[in-house]
Write a protein that binds this ligand. Sequence first.
Ligand SMILES: *Cc1c(COP(=O)(O)O)cnc(C)c1O
Length: 394
Amino acid sequence: MNTEETIGLFDKYVIGNYSRLRRVIVRGEGCYCFDADGNKILDMFPGWAVSGIGHCHPKVVEAIRKQAGELLHVDNTFYTEQQGQLAKMLSERAFGGKSFFCNSGAEANEAALKLARLYAGGGKYKFITAEGSFHGRTFATVTATAQPKYHEGFLPLLPGFVYVPFNDIKALESAFSDEVAAVMVEPIQGEGGINVATKEYLQAIRSLCDEKGAVMILDEVQTGMGRTGKWFAYQHFDVEPDIMTLAKALGGGVAIGAMMAKEELAAKLVPGKHASTFGGNCLACAAGIAVIEAIEEDSLLENAANMGRYAKEKLNELKEKHFIIDHVRGIGLMIGLQLKGPGKEIVEKCLEKELRINCTNESVLRLMPAMIVTKEEIDAAVDIIDNVLTESGK
Ligand SMILES: *Cc1c(COP(=O)(O)O)cnc(C)c1O
């Protein structure tokens, strides 16, 4: 089937709830993907942060192939070694605690919000979230997402949510009360435009939660699994959450989400309180285990930190040449280029030159290369952005 024929199927049979780039992708390998017309695309935003160690990482592919031949799925009425192993590996690399597995970021956050209310007991029911956040599309998580554009057409939302400006400690203090069950934030806002939390802010959340008996939830769905150069972004900030949510890069391309909670919270989630049919099945968990092993065997945390530094250096050089770039921000391989104007057209022009990047919050170019990225690949990407900006007179 050629590109036009495939797009024709979508026009006729697939609900049009995404604005898609007009390419049909047929294969992926490392930092590249290939379209149905034979073009090789340098992918600096692989899988919207899902393909965190690159497309079709050989160790993940091998683990999936092996697992698929033995057992694909068994329900949570039974035990499987893979789920237990993945939970252990996450616990050892995070703050201890236990995992509940599901299939997406929204589901992980949904579980976190439910657990926070369960733990708080009656009376304590409010959730504080930050403006510019993104937590998912289910009713609870879209309510937690404090951006009006995601709410339009869906009112009334879930009661009990309070929104505060991000990184504003004063606002947080005034919004706090004994009725607050939890505060949920991203350590680096992804969809909101790569907005990095300050250390003081996350530490203020920690101490207010401790003082008022509320739960601190960090949404690491986008920041987690090594992208920032540490396993989890919170490890840059000298704080520890009570609950952390993961998804995107956790399965290396296979759908999986996790909510991790400290032991005393985890103990509240007894049989009957929450569940997921597919959650933590052995195929997804085998992929998750392979992702963690690949990151360690190939020293990808170090590479993410080094390549992140290098990419920021190169992009800062571009800033000197192009007035449209306001500044570069981010940690590790989670990089935002704040523009002084819209970025959509720049993303499209980059794709014409076979470079895939993303634009979020209208004017932030977002690069989230795979943790296996090399200097040469970063150089190639920066050159294309440079050319596009020059050709557009920016
Ligand atoms: C993508 C994302 C989600 C939602 O994940 P889904 O798998 O699409 O449900 C939640 N939080 C953050 C920070 C995300 O980036």
